[in-house]
Ligand binder design. Structure first.
Ligand code: CDP
Ligand code: MG
Length: 143
């Protein structure tokens, strides 16, 4: 069981000024933020990040959405981080999410759902390496 996961505050949530509220919820849920940056994905990088969804009906819209504006990317640490963060996140569709989850509070619908979280340890490691250089994460410099 790994202890790191990748979170993205997606363009809709950045546009709606939810960055602060979402980061506060993450800290309140006892995740340690070990990497954080604001960036805007190119189509190329988005297609690498979402390679597993290539060919699905929603793929083109997903690439348009995730590249539509700035995002905030966070490397998070906690015991059992992937599962714990998916619990805080809620399911893909905010309409099916429980009260208190990030997608329930900040998401609009199954496509525009405010926040990303890795779905397994293997993908967390891949996604972290796509989004962060090792030297951009706190645990590389002994902090
Ligand atoms: O993000 P999550 O792991 O919950 O869901 P996913 O199945 O890995 O899909 C990735 C993203 O694609 C979702 O978060 C949605 O933004 C989008 N999506 C969509 O637009 N329509 C769907 N039917 C499924 C996913
Ligand atoms: Mg996923």
């Amino acid at each position: 069981m790994g202890n790191k996961t990748l979170c993205i505050i997606k363009p809709d949530a950045v546009r709606k000024k939810y960055i602060g509220d979402i980061i506060k919820a993450i800290i309140d849920a006892n995740f340690e933020i070990i990497g954080l940056k604001m960036t805007k994905l190119t189509k190329e990088k988005a297609s690498v990040f979402y390679a597993v969804h290539k060919g699905k009906p929603f793929y083109n819209d997903l690439i348009e959405y995730i590249t539509s504006g700035p995002i905030v990317v966070l490397a998070l640490q906690k015991e059992n981080a992937v599962e714990e963060f998916r619990k805080l996140l809620g399911p893909t569709d905010p309409n099916e999410a429980s009260e208190g989850t990030l997608r329930k509070k900040y998401g609009e619908n199954k496509s525009i759902n405010a926040v990303h979280g890795s779905d397994c340890d293997e993908n967390a490691a891949i996604e972290l390496s796509i989004m962060f250089e090792k030297c951009e994460m706190m645990d590389c410099c002994g902090m």
